[in-house]
Design a protein around this ligand. Structure first.
Ligand code: ZN
Length: 261
């Protein structure tokens, strides 16, 4: 099957069909930016590269790049607290297999493994992350299995109190076809990062030097988050158009074209 590259009008049509209101009580439960999630009512509104695995990697990369110390065990326990317990931790793999039979897994985490330096990570940090993810799975965290090949035809940055499901059957110039989009929920990701940074500092999970404060850590995290998103987008979504979809409280929205990956 060939992927359908989506234009602005198609994103408007998709957003109208696929929007759903963020449930504030579960808003910190995450999914990956991956477009292969099945549309269902339990789909987490917060979409972020690599879901919770990606967020841990993000903190470790930020610490390494900005030169502050992180207590890895506390980093994990604070994230678990933010999402509301181990059962709310989310990561994913997929049904694809490489030649040697190994799972391909999450594209974001896979790219990180292939080129840690581009993500400001060390191999030691990735090994540690793997150990932590195994523990999270054993303790009740959920590894979602995504099926099928990547068919995403756009990268969509969502803002506001609604989110987007990723798949839709729609009319295209070559007939009715299923399309997919990569989704990042900027508003929820930012909100969760702020809450996490507050907790990281409160629980002394990170050690700050001199006059560095919460705002500094949040900005550093946001800076590396953008780096991680674009590194992965370049590798798995190269050339795709990017759009922002900004929702108002009543579900109305505006779509803007923001160039290409
Ligand atoms: Zn993923």
């Amino acid at each position: 099957m060939k992927k359908t590259i989506l234009n602005k009008q198609q994103i408007i049509d998709l957003a109208r069909e696929n929007r759903y209101k963020v449930n504030t009580s579960t808003r910190f439960i995450s999914r990956c930016i991956d477009g292969r999630y099945v549309n269902d009512d339990e789909l987490p509104a917060l979409a972020f590269p690599g879901a919770d695995a990606g967020d841990l990697a993000l903190l470790y990369a930020t610490a390494a790049n900005y030169g502050f110390e992180v207590d890895y065990e506390k980093a994990l326990t604070t994230l678990i607290e933010i999402v509301g317990g181990e059962k709310n931790m989310r990561m994913h793999t997929d049904t694809h297999r490489e030649g040697n039979g190994a799972a391909l897994g999450c594209g974001h985490i896979k790219q990180m493994r292939l080129d840690p330096e581009a993500y400001h990570l060390t191999s030691d940090q990735i090994r540690l992350l793997d150990t932590q993810l195994e523990k999270v799975k054993k303790d009740g965290g959920v590894e979602v299995v995504l099926e099928g090949e990547h068919m995403e035809g756009a990268v969509v940055i969502v803002k506001g109190p609604y989110s987007l499901k990723t798949r839709l059957y729609m009319e295209t110039p070559t007939g009715k076809r299923e399309v997919e989009i990569f989704v990042l929920h900027q508003t929820l990701a930012d909100e969760r990062h702020r809450a996490w940074v507050t907790k990281l500092i409160e629980k002394k999970a990170i050690e700050l030097y001199a006059d560095l404060d919460e705002e500094y850590v949040y900005q550093a995290l946001s800076d590396i988050a953008e780096n991680h998103l674009m590194e992965t987008a370049k590798r798995i979504a190269g050339g795709l158009p990017m759009y922002s979809v900004t929702f108002k409280n009543d579900g109305m929205f505006e779509v803007e074209s923001i160039g290409n990956v």
